[in-house]
Write a protein that binds this ligand. Structure first.
Ligand code: SF4
Length: 370
């Protein structure tokens, strides 16, 4: 390997290849106890990869175990209702992942006879599976030699080779994919350790805030380290300020029951159960009309609950909630897509996290009042 030139600094080549050092380090010091490391079943590997997107390992673990207990294989997941899949996903966030997971399971059954395809391209054609996730599944399941490029790997490569392009830009993506492709191991027998090691290095050593270069297996020829720039790289993009949105919801109660509505499949909290949303300037007549959809009449006392703030990827939502007790209602909701649920059961259903928290508080109030 040649030295890497960076401005005035030339970093000496290391004695063994980048991949060789990562593989040896992973075998000695990497993570070995994650539940999805004990399998070569592409279904389990795929599930873990999807759950781990934008989500910490500690958060994923219980969801992963619960999900597999209910859906142990692709046909079981494909045969389930979307409702049930979303219920098991509730609280993990980024619900499009769950809808894509379900759609991909159905595609594997319908188009591939229930077996995951072994090529990276065919995997990447399934809903919700990008090029990097496809490569990780193929490497872990079948030792396929293909590069991954998740957030951890991007950070390591951007520092190790001092990539100057701004993170997330097309130029950075092109350079990082090229670097990832060039550094692959020669032998497919090393792919599991290399792929896992690349992830582990970014997650545990070359971390975002404080890279621990003294413990790093590729420190010898790391340009960022040699030039004192590990804190600067990768170059962050300037993010536009989060836009602020306001919302208003209706917590319509009857005894210990709450009125819930199913949201449309697309958009924010798509296909989840939620409280009915109110226009910000909804009049009493509009609130009465919504209550009528639930067969509710004779509205009782109204109470405005404290504002709740919830952060999405691109905006910040602050919502107010009007709690209104119904003196009486029909036994069943009046139309499809709306229903009455016991407050504590609603909090455990396929509902968005801030709504579940609000419902749990409502259930606690009910308990303390009774
Ligand atoms: S030497 Fe430091 S900056 Fe370079 S890859 Fe290793 S941990 Fe990251």
């Amino acid at each position: 390997m040649h030295g890497i030139a960076h401005g005035a600094a030339t970093v000496p080549a290391a004695a063994t290849s980048f991949a060789g050092r990562i593989v040896a380090w992973q075998r000695a010091h990497g993570r070995h106890d994650l539940p999805w490391q004990r399998t070569r079943d592409p279904y389990r590997l795929w599930l873990a990869e999807i759950m781990l997107q934008q989500t910490q390992v500690a958060t994923v673990r219980p969801y992963y175990e619960r999900f597999l207990a209910r859906f142990p294989d692709v046909p079981t997941l494909a045969a389930a209702s979307e409702e049930e899949v979303l219920t098991l996903w509730a609280g993990l966030g980024y619900y499009r992942r769950a809808r894509n997971l379900h759609a991909a399971a159905r595609a594997v059954v319908a188009e591939h006879g229930g077996q995951f395809p072994r090529s990276v391209d065919a995997l990447a054609a399934l809903p919700g599976i990008g090029r990097s996730t496809a490569a990780a599944i193929a490497a872990f399941a079948w030792d396929v030699v293909a590069p991954i490029l998740d957030g951890n790997v991007k950070r390591v490569l951007a520092r190790h080779a001092a990539v100057e392009a701004v993170a997330g830009s097309a130029a950075a993506e092109r350079t990082l994919w090229r670097l990832a492709g060039e550094r692959l191991p020669q032998s497919s027998a090393d792919m599991v350790a290399y792929t896992q090691g690349s992830m582990d290095l970014g997650a545990t050593v070359c971390t975002r805030g404080a890279p621990d270069c003294a413990r790093c297996p590729v420190a010898d020829d790391c340009v960022a380290r040699a030039t004192g720039r590990s804190a600067e790289l990768p170059r962050a993009r300037t993010r536009p300020a989060l836009t602020e949105r306001r919302g208003r919801f209706l917590l319509l109660t009857h005894g210990a029951d709450v009125a819930m509505v199913k949201r449309p499949g697309q958009g924010v909290w798509g296909a989840l159960w939620c409280l009915p949303e109110l226009p910000l300037d909804a009049s009493d007549a509009e609130i009465d009309a919504i209550a009528a959809r639930f067969g509710a009449r004779a509205l009782g006392a109204r109470q405005t609950l404290a504002d709740v703030r919830h952060r999405f990827t691109h905006f910040q939502l602050t919502f107010a909630t009007e709690r209104i007790a119904c003196a009486r209602r029909e036994p069943h909701a009046a139309e499809p897509g709306v229903l009455w649920l016991a407050l504590d059961a609603a909090a455990e259903a396929a509902v968005p996290k801030p709504i579940a928290q609000l419902l749990r508080r409502g259930a606690a109030d009910e308990t303390s009042a009774s």
